[in-house]
Write a protein that binds this ligand. Structure first.
Ligand code: FAD
Ligand code: NAI
Length: 475
């Protein structure tokens, strides 16, 4: 039977599944095609984020943090742990269960919202009579047709040239999240978000971790005062980070991996490790989509070309998430998915790229929104700064977690908040208040005058806002 839909989302990650649900809520007849397979060959909705990204990494970050706390920090609270042991298999199966709960949750949401799900690969066939024919291929093939297509095919890990992932010794995020045992020595190429998060997991579980970063600056996109605080904390925890490393030949064999590199001083070095994770960024994925069949335009990096509203060069073909420009973040993909569904319905659709928060879920966590001090300087913008250390926050002291600070940047003339940068406990949660404030174009004085619960970490945000006017009360 030939199936005709108003909207078809190709890809069931955060961009596609959210676009599908929102379009269904708006009254459209919607399908979503996703090819991800679980270990039994069945569907596993949620894309990279749910299967090999946000969710499993946070599950393992939590488990490894618990282990680290029990091993190293419970004693400070007078809690003695004897015979602490690690069951990696159990930790991984818990992670798999969390992933499955999320896969099942999305399948349930599709039923609830009457989104028709197709398991298989979706490819463009042809534009016909104001619609697009899409082939869905798995064990069998069928053609479905949609008036509007939302391409949300995500991204894949970037490999080093000449060093493909084998997921045994040379690992992408996929292999790195399912290592069956703690490697004695673990190497990482790239000290970006994945390198720091996954490196933290295995370091906490006992691996000796060395990160080789190509750039001379640590976390170059992060406000450098915050990045320096984080760097100090990571080094103290035992993470070895080599900046300015030029990676050369990589040899992988039975005994592990050897990485030849030239360090920042120009000296030739070799890093010998049991496993190597390569986390040097991700590339847009259009494998199997057959964009040429309909003339869908890609840029030189392989990303789908879109305008500010996620419109491609083809009428009624939209693209969202990692497969287009902009930060590769699940919540950015979701926002674009919602906005596209609303635009299809003739509504306004809104994504504010200036207020997309970033979080790195290490310990300490790093979170920010808006512009860094370096960006403001480069733009010649006059600004004021307020900082407040968690060391001076009562809740942080009670928790025994006083690393880091909140830093607020505000316009020198209008006091509008231009950026907030946090390194420290629950930065991931604290940043939301700042995102809301910036979305409403609040001033630092607005935050400074809002009553914050005591004792809470959020008082540090208020204090940083007070510090903008040099009137901190507790520091
Ligand atoms: P994806 O999630 O990649 O989904 C694309 C889907 O489309 C996949 O299921 C794929 O199989 C399917 N597909 C592709 N081509 C086809 C086709 N032709 N037919 C059918 N199906 C197809 N972001 C955060 O915001 N917070 C985090 O904490 C975070 N942690 C991360 C940790 C790791 C280790 C990684 C790798 C990424 C992390 N990210 C995080 C990034 C986040 O996962 C991505 O930004 C997000 O998944 C992008 O969503 P998407 O819908 O664009 O694509
Ligand atoms: P990344 O872009 O965050 O970091 C890559 C790092 O590798 C950079 O520091 C870069 O300078 C370095 N690099 C690049 N080529 C190199 C080379 N040849 N040798 C040495 N170093 C090299 O990319 P990453 O960590 O792979 O993550 C990809 C994306 O996934 C992130 O940008 C982010 O969008 C998303 N993500 C988000 C998370 C979150 O929100 N918490 C968690 C994990 C991933």
């Amino acid at each position: 039977m030939f199936k005709q839909f108003d909207v078809i989302a190709i890809g069931g990650g955060p961009g596609g599944y959210i676009a599908a649900i929102r379009a269904a809520q708006l009254g459209f007849n919607v399908a979503c095609i996703d090819e991800w397979k679980n270990s039994k060959g069945g569907p596993a909705l949620g894309g990279t984020c749910t299967n090999v990204g946000c969710i499993p990494s946070k599950a393992l970050l939590q488990s490894s943090e618990n282990y680290d706390q029990a091993g190293h920090h419970f004693a400070e609270h007078g809690i003695e742990v004897k015979g602490l042991s690690l069951d990696v298999a159990k930790m991984l199966s818990r992670k798999d269960m969390v992933v499955k709960q999320n896969n099942d949750g999305i399948a349930y949401l599709f039923k609830k919202n009457k989104v028709t799900f197709f398991h298989g690969r979706g490819s463009f066939v042809a534009a016909k009579d104001g619609s697009y024919d899409i082939k869905v291929a798995d064990a069998s093939e069928e053609i479905i047709s949609g008036k509007h297509i939302v391409v949300s095919t995500g991204s894949n890990a970037r490999a080093l040239p000449g060093t493909p992932f084998d997921e045994v010794n040379i690992l992408s995020n996929e292999g790195a999240l399912r290592l069956g045992a703690v490697p004695k020595k673990l190497g990482l190429i790239g000290s970006g978000v994945i390198g720091l998060e996954i490196g933290s997991v295995w370091r906490r579980l006992g691996a000796e971790v060395t990160v080789l970063e190509g750039l001379p600056t640590f976390l170059g996109a992060v406000d450098q005062q915050i990045a320096k605080e984080a760097h100090k904390a990571f080094v103290k925890q035992g993470l070895k980070i080599e900046l300015g490393a030029k990676v050369g030949e990589i040899k992988s064999g039975k005994n592990g991996v050897s990485v030849a590199y030239v360090n920042a001083k120009g000296q030739a070095q070799t890093l010998e490790v049991d496993k190597l994770i390569v986390s040097i960024g991700r590339v847009a994925n259009t494998i199997g989509l057959a964009p040429d069949a309909v003339g869908l335009k890609l840029d030189e990096r392989g990303a789908i070309v879109v305008d500010g509203e996620c419109r491609t060069n083809l009428p009624n073909v939209w693209a969202v998430g990692d497969v287009v420009r902009g930060p590769m973040l699940a919540h950015k993909a979701e926002e674009e998915g919602v906005a596209v569904a609303e635009r299809i319905a003739g509504q306004h659709g809104h994504v504010n790229f200036n207020t997309i928060p970033w979080v790195i879920y290490t310990n300490p966590e790093i979170a920010w929104v808006g512009q860094t001090e370096e960006q403001l300087k480069a733009a010649g913008r006059a600004y004021k700064v307020g900082t407040f250390p968690f060391m001076a926050n009562g809740r942080a002291r009670a928790m025994g977690d006083t690393t880091g600070m909140v830093k607020m940047l505000a316009d020198a003339a209008t006091d509008e908040i231009l950026g907030v940068h946090i390194v420290g406990p629950f930065a991931s949660e604290l940043i939301s208040e700042c995102v809301v404030a910036m979305e409403f174009r609040a001033s630092s004085e607005d935050i400074a005058r809002v009553c914050h619960a005591h004792p809470s970490l959020s008082e540090s945000t208020k204090e940083a806002a007070l510090a903008v006017e040099k009137r901190s009360l507790n520091f």
